[in-house]
Ligand binder design. Structure first.
Ligand code: KG4
Ligand code: ZN
Length: 334
C-alpha cells in the first residue's frame, strides 16, 4: 500500500501554519509562522491584523512545508483545513486557500474542528486508546471531552465564562506582562509560593464545567487593594497562587471524570497544556492511577497544523469530505 500524505492548514487565530503528515502520525513538515510580535503592542490578538498576516504568510508557509517535505501538491491524498472555531476573517484565509488548492489539484478537502485538532496532536506521539478523556485547555477553550471512538466527541464539561488561557492572559496583563501571558505567569509561578488565598470555582457537585472569571477578578482585586493600601505584593507569589488555583480545579475534575467514565487514556491538549505546573501536577496525580496519561511535547500543544493533518487523516479515512462551498464557521461546535 502506498504512503498516505495529508496536508494540514491552520489559520484560526494568530499562527499561520502548514504541515504534512505521513500515514496519519509521522510529521514530514511542520511550519508555523507566529504573529505574536505584531499583536504584542496591542496586548492581544487584533483580528484584522491577524487576517492580513495570514494572507501575506500563507503562500510562503505552504511552499516552505512542501520544500521541507520534498513533495508536491499532487503527492497529497487530502488537504485538511481548520473550518472553525476561531476568528472568522482568519479562518477564511485558510479555508479559501485549501478550497483553491483542492480544486486546482483535484485533491479531496477534509474539514477539521480546531479542538479535534488539538486532541489529535496526541496521536502523533501516542496510540489513542478508547474510551478516552481529553482535557482541552487553550486561549479560547476549556473542555473535558469524552471520546468512545475516533471522530466521536462528547463534551462533558466546559467553561461557563473565561477559558483557562484567557484567564492567564488577563492576569498577565494586570501584572504588566507581555502577550501572550501564559508562559510568563508559568515561569513566575515556578519562582514563587502560593501564599495568597484565591477562590476555586468547583460549581455544582456533579458538574464537570469550569469557571475562571471569578478567579481572574479576585487576582485583579488583590492587585488593586494592595496598590490602594500601599502594600507591596510579591508578583511571583501571586502568579503561583493563581496558577495553583487553576491547576487544582483542572486536575481534580479531570481525575474525577477519569474514574467516573472509566477511560483507558487521558490526553492533554491546547496551548495551556504547555504549562509546566499543570504538566507536573497531572503527572503526579495520575502516577497512581491505572490509566495512561499522554502529554504532548510543547510544539504540539500550541496552535500548529500537524495536529490538523493528524485529525484530518482519521476523518479522511472515515470518508469525510467537504465540498467546495465549505465556509469558515467561527462558532462551530465539536
Ligand atoms: O491553543 P493555543 O495556541 O491557541 C488557542 O487555540 O487558543 O493557546 C494559546 C493560549 C494562550 O492563552 C497562552 O497564554 C496559553 O495558551 N499558554 C500558556 C502557556 N503557554 C501558552 N498558558 C499557561 N502556561 C503556559 N506555559
Ligand atoms: Zn488552539
Amino acid at each position: 500500500k502506498k504512503e498516505q500524505y495529508i496536508m494540514g492548514i491552520e489559520t484560526s487565530c494568530d499562527e499561520t501554519a502548514v504541515a504534512i503528515i505521513k500515514n496519519g502520525r509521522e510529521i514530514i513538515a511542520n511550519v508555523v509562522a507566529s504573529q505574536i510580535d505584531s499583536h504584542k503592542r496591542f496586548g492581544g490578538v487584533v483580528p484584522e491584523i491577524a487576517s492580513r498576516h495570514h494572507v501575506e504568510q500563507l503562500t510562503i508557509v505552504l511552499e516552505e512545508a512542501l520544500t521541507k517535505a520534498n513533495l508536491e501538491f499532487k503527492d497529497m491524498d487530502a488537504i485538511a483545513v481548520t473550518e472553525g472555531p476561531g476568528l472568522v476573517g482568519a479562518l477564511l484565509i485558510g479555508v479559501n486557500a485549501a478550497k483553491a488548492l483542492a480544486f486546482a489539484h483535484g485533491i479531496p478537502l477534509v474539514p477539521v474542528h480546531h479542538i479535534a485538532g488539538h486532541i489529535y496532536a496526541n496521536r502523533i506521539v501516542a496510540e489513542m486508546k478508547f474510551p478516552l478523556l481529553a482535557l482541552v485547555v487553550s486561549g479560547g477553550h476549556t473542555e473535558l471531552v469524552y471520546m468512545k471512538e475516533h471522530g466521536h466527541f462528547e463534551v462533558i464539561g466546559e467553561t461557563r465564562d473565561d477559558a483557562a488561557g484567557e484567564a492567564y492572559d488577563k492576569v498577565a496583563r494586570t501584572l504588566n506582562l507581555p502577550y501572550p501571558g501564559g508562559p510568563h505567569i508559568d515561569k513566575m509561578a515556578q519562582a514563587g509560593e502560593a501564599t495568597i488565598p484565591l477562590p476555586r470555582a468547583w460549581l455544582e457537585e456533579d458538574s464537570y464545567d469550569f469557571s475562571f472569571s471569578g478567579l481572574k477578578s479576585a487576582v485583579i482585586n488583590t492587585v488593586h487593594n494592595a496598590e490602594q493600601r500601599g502594600e507591596k505584593l510579591i508578583p511571583e507569589n501571586l502568579a503561583a497562587s493563581f496558577q495553583e488555583s487553576v491547576i487544582d480545579v483542572l486536575v481534580t475534575k479531570t481525575l474525577k471524570a477519569t474514574r467516573e467514565y472509566n477511560v483507558k487514556q487521558v490526553l492533554l491538549a491546547g496551548g495551556v497544556a504547555a504549562n509546566k505546573g499543570l504538566r507536573t501536577r497531572l503527572e503526579e496525580a495520575f502516577s497512581t492511577e491505572k490509566v495512561e496519561l499522554v502529554i504532548p511535547p510543547l510544539y504540539l500543544c500550541t496552535d500548529n497544523a500537524a495536529m490538523i493533518a493528524a485529525a484530518g487523516s482519521i476523518f479522511y479515512d472515515k470518508g469525510q469530505r467537504a465540498k467546495l462551498d465549505l465556509n469558515a464557521n467561527p462558532g462551530l461546535d465539536i
